[in-house]
Design a protein around this ligand. Structure first.
Ligand code: ZN
Length: 242
């Protein structure tokens, strides 16, 4: 069930500053990923079969922010790669070990993770990671994903949260790409909504392609751009509007 040490998590105040050391060692960081629910930005540096994970809090009032406040920068957790995460967490809980957050939750890069309280593990925060199934991960369009839809007749680009999809078309809670930045500015200023996403049905006959809204290289995804400016995740803000 345990495959290997997946990564070692290190809490840092600034990714840029601390990456300098790891890069000087010759390690190459992957994309920086934002985990909005944990209020943390992470950068993974592969080391052979494992990785070093640097975690920079985006807010002092977050698990990693409070950790740094209390104990300073340093090793934050050890992550073991497992299969069958849910049954393992269940068995550990049954054996009296304290599982945090009530079970598995989404982790970086499409993985699922569970944490064990340091109290249960002699002072070490232990993360269990079940990696995403790479076979179908890149193309998976599931409700709740943020996507970019390219349409024809007339040509349009729409950013949105996928609500449903079937052979007839897709339903998005979306906004024209041209209005996305106006919407961010409006949310940033806390104004009443003039522009904003609405629920639209896009028939298959109009769809040229649909891509997942993902950060690529140095170019942040639209969702991440939104988070960087507003300080809250786009899904959270949309939830408030409903
Ligand atoms: Zn981790």
């Amino acid at each position: 069930m345990i495959a290997k040490i997946n990564h070692i998590g290190i809490a840092v105040k600034s990714l840029d500053e601390r990456l300098r050391f790891w890069k000087a060692l010759g390690l190459k960081p992957g994309e920086t990923e934002l985990l909005a629910s944990e209020k943390v930005q992470v950068s993974f540096l592969p080391v052979g079969e494992s990785s070093i994970e640097l975690l920079e809090p985006t807010d002092g009032d977050s698990p990693v922010g409070r950790y740094i406040e209390k104990r300073g920068e340093g090793i934050h957790h050890i992550a073991l790669q497992v299969t069958e995460l849910d049954s393992l967490l269940g068995a550990l809980e049954e054996a009296g070990f304290q599982v945090l957050h009530g079970g598995a939750q989404p982790g970086a890069d499409g993985s699922r993770v569970g944490f064990l309280h340091p109290r249960s593990c002699g002072g070490v925060l232990v993360e269990l990671v079940e990696e995403a199934d790479r076979k179908d991960a890149p193309g998976t369009m599931a409700p709740g994903e943020t996507v970019l839809a390219y349409l024809r007749d007339p040509q349009e680009k729409i950013w949105g949260v996928l609500r449903s999809l079937d052979a007839s078309g897709i339903v998005l809670e979306g906004i024209d790409l041209g209005s996305f930045d106006d919407w961010i500015s409006q949310v940033e200023r806390g104004e009443e909504s003039v522009v904003g996403p609405s629920v639209v049905f896009l028939p298959m006959s109009r769809i040229e392609r649909v891509l997942l809204d993902r950060t690529s290289g140095d170019i942040p995804s639209l969702s991440e751009r939104f988070f960087r400016r507003v300080g809250r995740s786009v899904l959270e803000v949309l939830g408030d509007c409903r």
